[in-house]
Design a protein around this ligand. Structure first.
Ligand code: ADP
Length: 268
């Protein structure tokens, strides 16, 4: 099986500040990978490199075997779609916003969407549960609904790889689970490769097939592997400098992280 995304020996500096060093990993179709790591460990920078917002200092990024540096932004947008942390409350309807996902497919001198574009936008608004909001202004729906609209827009790009940077960070637990359940179902239904930055380690453990833990020495990957391999008390202590206990979630059997507070360690 050929990889969707292949990252080889990627390094990056902001001016003189080294942020990422020698990053290598790949994703397969239908695979859900979460990038985890402490604040400042380079998660968003990695996404910016894959989206061609920044250029690597060293190393290569390939999508389906093609180096992204040789692709135009429009070509890249036909393969990868990115959902950022929050959606700007722009003055347009949900439907207009979702249709923006079809822009990479517009032909020269095409100004209006085709019937196919409209059908795709409707299909993915339906799949994400926001079709009923299609005429609502984006700036008048809730944060969770806006995030669903951003996912619908990304899906109308029909990407091979869906990248999400903390898509649940501003949402309550109901909406966090709703979005992660949706994304999990998409990876199977659409055979999408998912790359997600997640702060919440327990959510990452529940939904991811594999984890990439940033925060190694000098911006290296500390560890990649299954959730069981990567989430250990030792790795969390070393990378996050925080004491935790890890046990199996009694329902999913995935690793579940418990904070160890000073109060609990030293009860009065
Ligand atoms: P994370 O997403 O893991 O919190 P980031 O990728 O945002 O980490 O940041 C990694 C490091 O790069 C941080 O130390 C941050 O201060 C620095 N950084 C991020 N963006 C810039 C920038 N535009 N210019 C200079 N330094 C930056």
């Amino acid at each position: 099986m050929s990889h969707v995304l292949t990252i080889e020996n990627l390094s990056f500096k902001y001016h003189k500040k080294r942020v990422l060093t020698d990053i290598s990993f790949s994703t397969d179709p239908g695979e859900f990978i979460s990038i985890i790591g402490p604040n400042g460990s380079g998660k968003t920078t990695l996404i910016k490199l894959i989206s061609k917002i920044n250029k690597p200092e060293k190393g290569n990024i390939h999508i389906k075997g093609e180096n992204i540096q040789t692709m135009s932004n429009k070509q890249l947008a036909r393969h990868i779609a990115v959902v950022m942390q929050s959606v700007e409350p722009v003055a347009m309807s949900v439907e207009e916003y979702v249709l923006l996902g079809r822009l990479p497919f517009f032909k020269k001198y095409q100004f209006f969407e085709t019937a196919k574009d409209m059908a795709l936008a409707h299909k993915y608004m339906e799949l994400t549960g926001i079709l009923k909001l299609k005429d609502a202004p984006i700036n008048e729906i809730s944060g969770g609904e806006r995030q669903l609209a951003a996912i619908a827009r990304a899906l109308t790009q029909q990407p091979l790889l869906l990248i999400l940077d903390e898509p649940t960070s501003h949402l309550d637990i109901t909406h966090q689970i709703k979005i992660l359940e949706l994304i999990s179902s998409l990876k199977q239904e659409l055979s999408l490769s998912i790359l997600m930055v997640l702060h919440d380690l327990n959510l990452a453990a529940e939904y991811s097939d594999r984890l990439v833990l940033l925060g190694g020495e000098n911006g290296k990957i500390y560890q990649t592997g299954t959730c069981e391999q990567v989430l250990s008390e030792k790795s969390i202590q070393e990378v996050y400098n925080t004491k935790v206990k890890i046990q199996k979630n009694p329902v999913s059997k995935r690793p579940c992280i418990f904070l160890v507070t000073q109060n609990a360690l030293n009860p009065e």
